[in-house]
Design a protein around this ligand. Structure first.
Ligand SMILES: Nc1nc2c(ncn2[C@@H]2O[C@H](COP(=O)(O)OP(=O)(O)O)[C@@H](O)[C@H]2O)c(=O)[nH]1
Ligand SMILES: [Mg+2]
Length: 459
């Protein structure tokens, strides 16, 4: 029920100095842009442009140096507060895209008492001044970093507020139930009737279901941005490193017919049709006396324990039994059994999704059946080319939604066991705080610092 956090407002009053940065990439180009935000924009207009600017109109004019010489002629655009990206006065100076010239222009501007912007500081101000929420600020960074069409489109959906709207709906539902409960607490004589006769239980259940749906979408969005972690495991010489190389389409890992070639866990970041994937090749699991191999096998188990998915590779050309290997794998991590070397066994490529776990037959060496595995990985991650409803999300959002879900589940439990309205209300307060962290309604300076410092300068 708190509209804006106290820490947000305090920060806003701290950052009133004027900032400037080169907003275009540090390279030669047709156009380079310097962006300035804050009160001293007016001073730049007076001293560098020497002309009154009409708001939001393009003016072509000279940019003057201190000695009255002309640094360059270019386009100036003024966005007076509050109708600007940051909510403050913003001035954009478009000149020729020479790094030297842009530096000179920036130096001219900083001599007027304006300081250089930190990475992400323009977006941070936009957030602090209520122009965008934290999800949208993060979406800006994701959009700039996006390297595939799906990533760009889903970042754009978050930026336009699709994800924020869902979070606001959750918050409003929580506020609705909390107000009701607090009324129940205030009239505690009638509390029992309030809780049993009202539809609080149903509303909480509906909220929990909705939370699960949004959590599902956010998980997909976070996988899209951060990538699944997939560990390749199996006995020595079954073709684990060959599969890594095949998926990466590069010769990353050493492949030999000598058992125990891979001794350390090898981590690679690859893409399948643009879908990011962290893939870990591991040492073959078997009983070894070699201390280096033993350490490698221990590392393989550590990697598997923190994976999103394990690919258990088996040799289809020998009778590679999997029972003892399966017993060593943690049951909670999803598993795909990959029977490799079908070029030797003569079996055809296939995928069978009907068993307890998915089974794929392929050949890492010839590439036969690889497509089946790739398509399945994409499907698992929710990565489809027509992913029209996917928005980018981060682990931070997923964590917060999980905490909110736990709190709502506990609240339902309290309600069922008749623990009293206070306990239910307290859990819902926790849920609302978690949900509020996502949009930035409740934040800490540390969190803001870590988010915005990963932005590029000038954004
Ligand atoms: N015929 C055939 N040989 C393979 C296949 N995959 C791997 N190999 C061979 O099996 C041996 C072991 O491969 P490697 O990838 O190093 O296995 P790892 O020990 O599990 O990493 C090498 O000689 C590979 O060329 C396959 O699909 N077909
Ligand atoms: Mg290997």
């Amino acid at each position: 029920m708190v509209a804006a956090s106290a820490s947000t407002r305090r920060l806003a009053t701290l950052t009133t100095d004027t900032i400037a940065a080169i907003a275009t990439p540090p390279a030669r180009g047709g156009i380079g842009i310097v962006r300035i935000s804050g009160e001293l924009v007016e001073r730049v207009c007076r001293e560098v442009l020497r002309q009154d600017l009409r708001p939001r109109h393009a003016h072509f004019l000279p940019f003057y140096d201190t000695d009255d010489s002309i640094l360059d002629s270019g386009v100036a655009l003024l966005f007076p507060q509050p109708h600007s990206f940051t909510g403050e006065h913003v001035l954009e100076l478009h000149c020729h895209g020479s790094p030297m010239l842009l530096d000179l222009l920036l130096r001219r501007i900083t001599r007027l008492g304006i300081r250089l912007a930190r990475p992400g500081e323009f977006s941070e101000r936009a957030f602090l001044n209520g122009k965008i929420d934290l999800i949208q600020a993060e979406a800006i960074a994701d959009l700039i970093e996006s390297s595939t069409e799906t990533a760009a489109r889903s970042a754009q959906r978050s930026l336009q507020g699709e994800f924020s709207t869902l979070i606001h709906e959750l918050r409003d539902a929580l506020i609705g139930i909390r107000s009701f409960l607090e009324a129940a607490i205030d009239f505690s004589d009638e509390e029992i009737d309030y809780l049993t006769e009202s539809n609080t239980a149903q509303r909480l259940q509906a909220l929990s279901t909705r939370l699960e749906e949004i959590l599902g979408s956010a998980r997909k969005g976070s996988v899209l941005r951060e990538g699944l972690t997939v560990v390749i495991a199996g006995r020595p010489n079954v073709g684990k490193s060959s599969l890594l190389n095949r998926l990466a389409q590069k010769d990353l890992a050493i492949v030999t017919d000598i058992a125990g070639t891979t001794r350390d866990a090898l981590r690679e970041y690859i893409q399948i049709d643009g879908m990011p994937l962290h893939i870990v090749d591991t040492a073959g699991i078997h009983d070894s006396e070699d201390p280096i191999e033993q350490e490698g096998i221990r590392r393989a188990h550590t990697a598997i324990a923190s994976a999103d998915l394990t690919l258990l590779i088996l040799d289809d050309s020998t009778n590679d039994a999997d029972d003892d290997l399966l017993a060593q794998l943690p049951p909670e991590i999803p598993l795909i059994k990959v029977y490799n070397k079908i070029d030797l066994s003569g079996r055809s490529a296939s995928i069978d999704e009907n068993e307890n776990c998915v089974v794929v037959h392929l050949s890492a060496k010839t590439g036969l059946g690889i497509k089946l595995l790739q398509e399945h990985l994409k499907k698992m991650a929710g990565y489809e080319s027509d992913s029209a409803h996917v928005f980018t999300a981060r682990r931070r959002h997923v964590d917060a939604l999980e905490r909110a879900h736990t709190a709502v589940t506990t609240a339902i439990l309290h309600l069922q066991t008749g623990s009293g309205a206070e306990l239910v209300a307290e859990e819902l307060r926790l849920a609302q705080t978690s949900v509020g962290e996502i949009t930035g309604e409740f934040t800490t300076e540390d969190l803001l610092g870590s988010i915005f410092s990963s932005f590029c300068i000038g954004k």
